[in-house]
Design a protein around this ligand. Structure first.
Ligand SMILES: [Zn+2]
Ligand SMILES: [Zn+2]
Length: 1020
């Protein structure tokens, strides 16, 4: 006996039960034990930032994919590491703590105290990592929880120090003086890859100013420039023109590019090169720094003639390209604002003003000076800080960089060894590697990797490579060194290796992507002399994890990862940083295969924003849809398209999953009536007994499912697994069960055995995607009735793959297609399924001919003929395609098609008038003759005779009677096997000629007419 199943699953409740079962029976530990000697599958987890107090559905997506493939590999016997990771440093964490504490600037953080600030940051990581772990467990993710790696561990930091020391030894580390994107709120520069993160470029309205620069040598004449960043004007030192473009003078003496103002009459046209060298009065020469500058016109090939005036204002202290141009032309660099984006004191009336608030005053001043030509607003996409949303500015600063040119080719070569899914993401990585600039690794912040750089006045740069080295060279401060972190590490000066003087660490911390990029080394024990149990739990990670620090041999065993998976955004972030660090340290890629995926949006295709109220937290989704349904939603998504996630799609998935559920409850009901007991061995052997053709088909169909699911998983495409599974469940429910109802009713044991075998094999194939429902049904259908079955579907291994009989499958495919078309034709003719019909003609599905009986039965027709369908070909123009191609000639072609004047060239091609039209340029239909309904698809056409005579009408009434009677049986609570006596109204007396048929279908022992209005039944 099977335990009975409710009408539909309560996903949340069922999942909680399964979680308790796994916990009680230590299922995951047993799986790991079972696979301990197996082949290895190496997966390295990209760390999730531990700053949120609840698992987000975005994170749940990636975690689901990681879990699905680890579960699949585990079913195939692979030994795995299952180490989860948390990212613990950087702006994400800091900004959260600043908000918590109400701190608004770096000065306030320093006043608060860096030690306490660091402890608060750690608290966030501790709490968040617990919350994320809970959420992930609820999601069904099997990881070695409790042995997670935390990137703020001293061990992780030391590994990065070692990397940086090596980079320095190879001569790639330098202090760059350059213009970079800068967040005035966070007070730090950002690197190129941080600007590629989602949400950085946002639409924004800025002032659009046209400003006159009066020419010194040409009184009464001036250059007109255009800018959208007024705050940069006080830093102006030059104006750039395109040397080979023409410039002309307006009547009022203003010079602009001719190409920008084709409507205007401009005189004295000159080439840009002829303007070069002219000197002008700067817009803010009255403010200290500007007064000493010799403003002049310089040439620049990149000046755009697409916008502005064709003359560009150049401020090397406030723009990247400007800075580079400044180098070439040896221009002075005016840096107008400090770290917080406020004007320095020497800028007079501007001093202390933030760039964002200076615009109005600057515009007012320009107007007062009479050099403002025009002021308006300009809508454009502008970069914002990825963490705090503040519009970025450009500042010239000193940043630590790693030169990439010498490594570029090696990085490209390493990437060429990687198999990317989808393939275009690998190309994106290539593009990035080809075009990226040097890696800016320093941030002027607090809670991050302390860069181990100790520059000395003697000119020597000391780079410390380990804690041991720091201790050895320290001149004090070791007693207070809690962690390798600010402020403690700052209080440990060392001796310069070159001159012996005391030197201090620079204040900067490192880019967080160093933290995550080192993971394939720091967590796998690269160059670690011995295996240290729980040895990774150092510094801030102490007491938080029991992660080991393995030895080098372990690293050799598990590196590189066979597979990693993250969102596309990570191409320039984590995928990049670990590729970079790995090429430096090991000369090769740290991963062999990558699965990337696109973005998650809400179900209406909008970005999810907490301020828009359309974000979904995972706990809410667990309660309202269940983890399996969430996982299904994630897995049915092709990775090359954005996922539209929400409760609407979840509802639809719940509905579709009912087909599987109903098939299982159907099996349970009939098996229990019959006292059927499954045999576990059937799963490998196949169901024994006298198989009918339909049984054989389902066995082969099940093999095909296993083959398709295997192929899907092996290609890292869960969407293929889901498609295969859904098609299979439809075949089981809408073909096998429907076609076999009578046998189940009769308690046919073979049918029960075949259905059980197929459903259970399907559960095994889908278990990685939907671990809870598969486990629940495994318990009911397999474990409880079969004493010798594994206690969990996840311990049962992968179903053995056998080649299915493809010819047979193709045959039934054809049958199902004919039946589908038959129903379509009926629907088009408004002819109900209950109504028996005379004839169906089938053209083009030759394989289905052997199954004419089944088709007759399914479509309720008396006769099925395999023959040419007599229907007129109607060809219509596909206007959206054909219109643009034919232009004015379209009319002739339409007229000819309407008149039926065309020649069928085969292969979907037609000659019409003088044109040959391809398959995509026409819409082909088959028009039915009177009294017939036609439907066609994929080369198969069916025609249905829709004429209903008296006899057919009577049969319809018999069907309706049978349906009514069986409904009555149900309403009276009769058991499936109870017999009845049936009486029908006198007006239905003509139906008695079908009495035997009626008796057989209703389990009636007698059928009689009486005086009543409606059929009535009595149990006998
Ligand atoms: Zn910021
Ligand atoms: Zn020195």
């Amino acid at each position: 006996m099977f335990a009975s199943l409710p009408d539909k699953p309560d996903h949340d409740a069922l999942e909680q039960e399964v979680l308790a079962l796994w916990e009680r029976e230590a299922t995951f530990a047993r799986l790991r034990e079972q696979n301990a000697g197996g082949p290895r599958f190496s997966f390295v987890d990209g760390p999730v930032t531990a700053n949120r107090m609840v698992l987000g559905v975005h994170t749940a997506w990636g975690r689901t994919l990681k879990d699905v493939f680890q579960r699949y590999k585990a079913l195939r016997g692979y030994h795995q590491r299952y180490q989860n990771g948390f990212d613990c440093q950087g702006l994400w964490i800091e900004v959260g703590v600043e908000r918590q504490l109400g701190l608004n600037s770096k000065r306030e953080i320093e006043e608060y105290g860096l030690a306490e600030f660091a402890r608060r940051c750690r608290d966030v990581v501790v709490q968040s990592s617990q919350a994320l772990t809970e959420g992930s467990i609820r999601l069904g993710q099997w990881m070695d929880w409790g042995r997670d790696y935390f990137t703020f561990s001293d061990t992780n930091i030391e590994y990065i120090w070692r990397f940086l020391k090596l980079v320095h030894e190879r001569g790639w580390l330098y202090l760059g003086h350059r213009s970079t994107e800068w967040c005035p709120r966070c007070g730090t520069s950002l690197s190129q890859h941080e600007l590629t993160q989602a949400g950085v470029y946002q639409e924004r309205s800025d002032p659009s100013l046209y400003v006159r620069f009066p020419l010194l040598e040409r009184p009464g004449e001036s250059l007109v420039v255009w800018t959208t960043t007024p705050w940069t004007l006080p830093a102006n030192v030059a104006a750039a023109v395109k040397p080979d473009a023409e410039y002309g003078r307006r009547e009022n003496g203003e010079w602009v590019a001719v190409a920008r103002y084709p409507e205007e009459s401009l005189t004295s046209v000159l080439l840009g090169s002829e303007l070069v060298g002219l000197r002008y009065r700067g817009p803010f020469d009255d403010l200290g720094p500007g007064s000493e500058v010799d403003h002049r016109v310089i040439p620049w090939d990149e000046v755009s003639l697409e916008e502005g005036t064709g003359i560009v204002h150049i401020a090397p202290g406030a723009g990247q390209e400007d800075f580079e141009l400044g180098r070439i032309h040896e221009l002075p660099v005016l840096s107008p604002v400090d770290e917080a984006g406020r004007f320095y004191d020497e800028y007079g009336w501007l001093h202390g003003l933030p760039t964002s608030e200076a615009a109005d005053q600057i515009v007012g001043q320009l107007a007062e000076k009479g050099i403002l030509v025009e002021a308006g607003a300009y809508l454009h996409r502008y970069p914002h800080c990825w963490r705090c949303d503040t519009p970025l500015i450009w500042r010239v600063t000193d940043d630590w960089l790693i030169a990439v040119d010498e490594l570029r080719q090696q990085l490209l070569d390493a990437n060429a060894t990687v198999e990317w899914t989808p393939a275009y993401m690998g190309k994106r990585m290539d593009d990035w590697l080809r075009n990226m600039g040097d890696w800016n690794i320093s941030r002027r912040r607090y809670y991050g990797l302390p860069l181990p750089f100790y520059p000395c006045a003697c000119g020597h740069l000391n780079v410390v490579g380990s804690r041991a080295e720091l201790e050895e060279r320290a001149l004090g401060g070791l007693e207070q060194l809690e962690e390798l972190r600010r402020p403690w590490v700052d209080a440990v000066p060392i001796r310069c290796a070159e001159c012996g003087e005391r030197v201090e660490r620079i204040a900067e911390v490192g880019d967080v992507w160093l933290d995550a990029g080192i993971v394939p080394f720091s967590t796998l024990g690269w160059q670690s002399p011995e295996y240290e149990a729980e040895g990774y739990a150092t510094g801030a990670a102490k007491g938080l994890t029991r992660a080991d620090l393995p030895d080098h041999e372990y690293w050799e065993t598990w590196f590189p990862a066979d597979w990693v998976s993250e969102m596309r955004e990570q191409i320039r972030l984590w995928f990049y940083s670990q590729l970079f660090m790995s090429v430096v340290l090991a000369g090769r890629s740290p991963f062999r295969k990558v699965l990337g995926y696109e973005k998650m949006l809400d179900e209406n295709g909008r970005e999810m924003h907490s301020s828009w109220g359309n974000t979904i937290d995972a706990p809410d989704a667990f309660a309202r849809m269940g983890a399996d349904v969430m996982r299904w939603q994630f897995c049915s998504q092709p990775p090359d398209r954005n996922l539209l996630f929400g409760f609407g799609p979840a509802h639809e998935i719940q509905r579709r999953l009912l087909t599987l559920w109903n098939s299982a409850t159907f099996l349970v009901q009939y098996a229990n009536v019959e006292g059927f007991t499954p045999r576990y061995g059937d799963l490998e052997r196949g169901p024994g007994g006298e198989l009918k053709p339909l049984d054989t088909w389902l066995v082969e169909r099940t093999r095909a499912l296993v083959r398709e699911a295997t192929a899907g998983y092996e290609r890292w495409l869960t969407v293929d697994v889901i498609k295969a599974f859904e098609a299979f469940v439809d075949d089981v429910s809408n073909w096998y069960i429907r076609r076999s109802r009578r046998r189940f009713w009769d308690g046919d044991e073979t049918a029960l055995r075949v259905l059980w075998h197929s459903l259970v094999q399907a559960l095994r194939a889908i278990a990685p995607v939907m671990p809870f429902l598969a486990e629940h049904l495994w318990q009911v259908l397999v474990r409880q009735p079969c004493g010798d079955a594994p206690s969990s579907v996840h311990l049962a291994g992968w179903p053995e793959e056998r080649e299915p009989d493809d010819a047979l499958l193709a045959e039934i495919d054809d049958v199902r297609r004919v039946v589908g078309l038959g129903h379509q034709a009926r629907q088009a003719a408004g002819c109900k399924v209950q109504q028996p019909l005379r004839t169906l003609v089938v053209e083009g599905a030759a394989l289905a001919a052997r199954h004419a009986d089944e088709i007759r039965d399914e479509l309720r027709v008396k006769d099925v003929r395999f023959d040419a369908v007599d229907a007129e070909l109607v060809v219509k123009p596909n206007l959206p395609v054909l219109g643009p191609r034919l232009g004015a000639e379209l009319g002739d072609v339409r007229a000819a098609l309407r008149a039926g004047e065309f020649e069928d060239l085969g292969g979907g091609r037609f000659r019409v008038a003088t044109h040959e039209l391809g398959p995509d340029e026409v819409l082909v239909e088959r028009a039915a003759k009177d009294g017939w309904a036609v439907a066609a698809e994929d080369g198969v056409t069916v025609a249905l005779d829709t004429h209903v005579d008296d006899e057919l009408d009577r049969e319809r009434r018999v069907y309706e009677l049978i349906r009514r009677v069986n409904q009555l049986r149900k309403e009276s609570g009769l058991a499936l096997s109870d017999r009845i006596a049936l009486t029908i109204p006198a007006r239905d007396a003509d139906l008695l000629e079908h009495a035997d048929w009626i008796k057989a279908e209703t389990l009636a022992v007698s059928v009689e007419t009486d005086g009543g209005d409606a059929p009535a039944i009595v149990r006998t």
